[in-house]
Design a protein around this ligand. Structure first.
Ligand SMILES: Nc1ncnc2c1ncn2[C@@H]1O[C@H](COP(=O)(O)OP(=O)(O)OP(=O)(O)O)[C@@H](O)[C@H]1O
Ligand SMILES: [Mg+2]
Length: 488
């Protein structure tokens, strides 16, 4: 069978992804500069902005704390002596709410003991005031930004590795899937929201990732959340974050997923399971492009592309009052519907072979193909669990198979028995097929049989069409006609 189908269809990543990614990282850290002398704040702000960093300033510990309550900083640079309080207090606060933040303390000559105390409190560096202050700070900040960049690069390489191992490849050659590939390629580069619908296991998450990978945001975070997996209050803090003390147990500032996805994509899975109260909050965020962490007074601007998915019929959910119509229109700027696998049976052989390849390698087993009979049964089955069910079936078959090709013996009974029914081989005493009580689509049934026999003949003829035609006692012309009709 392997010579019959065209190669699996994949969505390629832009080739120069890594270089574009590194370039995108040239804008590096988020800095907070704290000094009671406004002129020093201004000088450092100009210096670090020129270097490409995002810089904010505060002339008192109080203002600095307010900033730390509502934003996440990579680096805080603070003078030890502030007008009404000590930089040490600010240091303690920062390390409490944002332990990962790099803290640089500026000390005056003679503050030696305080500098030692600062290091004991968790300061990462101290720099002496003097002519070389700016230059020294620049060097330290550069080093910190470099290590941030390395961390982000490591994240990128991990994602890239996952992509190359085939996780993000969408396979399909049916007309329905081809239309979806085209849609993905058209909508991916834009930043419009996408709502992906389809039954469980049809590949919604795969499509969401493909959209992200093919967008200008490919090198930025792709953050996912399963909205059905959290109770309402937890979902809110996951999405919007919180500040220390917002509720019992909020021991430090925590970034929400909207902020984590800033500049990138947030994939909101099972959106149909979100409570109505949460839907109102989400609607506001989508409308205003701002989030307010729980317990904070300040709102943060966010630039996030939202891709949502659900296996529910949202139209029905709206009618029954479980989903807000206004939110639906916000989310479904571009709707993509993934058809169930039984409506694109042409994809089954291709998918099955691709899964076989993957599991054969992973299990290091010499299973090289799927025999014609087993394939016919896979093609005839209804696949209520869609591609995921097919994937699991092939995994199981590879594990159980002792020969070189997957045979009917290693397929689950539900698949083989369904085939018997479909082919009408269950005969009554007089040798007539038994018609199911619910009736059947005769035309579709005959077409399926015709296609199955065509495939079987080709298999037997080793892929030689003239021989396959002869086996079916038809002219080569008729054979070509049917092969075209059934996309064999
Ligand atoms: N077209 C496809 N090509 C290759 N693999 C696919 C395809 N569609 C789905 N899969 C695989 O099937 C499994 C299920 O896909 P996915 O998780 O994207 O489905 P889903 O629609 O999000 O399901 P659910 O609603 O249950 O979350 C995954 O392992 C995925 O890799
Ligand atoms: Mg999913």
């Amino acid at each position: 069978m392997s010579g019959l189908a065209s190669p699996p269809r994949c969505i390629p990543l832009p080739l120069d992804g890594f270089h574009r990614f590194c370039h995108a990282l040239d804008v590096m850290a988020h800095l907070l500069v704290v000094d009671d002398q406004k002129s020093i704040c201004e000088l450092l702000e100009i210096t670090f902005r020129k270097e490409g960093h995002r810089v904010e300033t505060a002339t008192s510990a109080e203002t600095a704390i307010r900033r730390l309550q509502s934003q996440i900083f990579d680096i805080v640079i603070s003078d030890l002596r502030l007008a009404e309080s000590s930089g040490l207090d600010l240091l303690k606060y920062t390390k409490e709410v944002s332990p990962a933040c790099f803290f640089i303390l500026i000390t005056a000559v003679g503050d030696y003991e305080d500098a030692i105390t600062a290091l004991n409190y968790g300061a990462d560096r101290y720099v002496r005031k003097g002519d070389k202050l700016t230059e020294e700070l620049r060097q330290v900040v550069r080093q910190v930004a470099e290590s941030l960049k390395l961390k982000k690069e490591a994240g990128y390489l991990r994602r890239e590795l996952r992509r190359l191992t085939g996780l993000d490849n969408i396979i399909g050659q049916s007309a329905k899937m081809r239309a979806i590939f085209e849609l993905i390629q058209t909508v991916a580069p834009q930043s419009s929201r996408v709502l992906i619908t389809g039954d469980s296991g049809t590949g919604k998450e795969l499509v969401a990732r493909a959209i992200h990978e093919n967008s200008a945001r490919a090198q930025t975070p792709f953050v996912t959340i399963n909205c059905g997996a959290f109770p309402e209050t937890l979902l809110e803090s996951e999405l919007f974050g919180y500040i220390k003390g917002a509720f019992t147990g909020a021991n430090e500032n925590r970034q929400g997923l909207f902020q984590a996805a800033h500049g990138g994509t947030l994939f909101m899975d099972e959106i149909g399971n979100m409570s109505l109260a949460m839907q109102v909050k989400l609607y506001r965020v989508l409308q205003e492009h701002k989030v307010r962490p729980l317990g904070s007074m300040e709102e943060n601007e966010i630039d996030v592309r939202v891709i949502a998915a659900t296996n529910k019929d949202l139209g029905k959910e709206i009618i029954e009052g479980r989903f807000r119509e206004d939110l639906y229109y916000r989310l479904s700027v571009i709707p993509i519907h993934l058809p169930p696998l039984r409506e694109r049976r042409e994809d089954i052989p291709l998918l099955a072979r691709s899964f076989l390849d993957r599991f054969r390698k992973a299990m290091e087993k010499p299973v090289e193909g799927i025999d014609a009979e087993a394939l016919r049964r896979l093609e005839a089955y209804n696949w209520p669990g869609n591609v995921r069910e097919l994937e699991n079936t092939i995994e199981r078959a590879v594990a159980l198979e002792t020969g070189r090709t997957i045979s009917v013996n290693v397929l689950p009974e539900k698949i083989t028995s369904c085939f018997q029914e479909q082919l009408g081989r269950t005969r009554s005493g007089e040798g007539r097929p038994v018609l199911p009580d619910v009736g059947m689509d005769l035309e579709q049934h005959i077409q399926q049989m015709e296609r199955s026999y065509l495939l079987a003949a080709l298999e037997k003829a080793g892929g030689v069409r003239t021989k396959a035609a002869a086996l079916l006692k038809m002219s080569y012309r008729s054979f070509k006609h049917y092969a075209k009709k059934y996309k064999v």
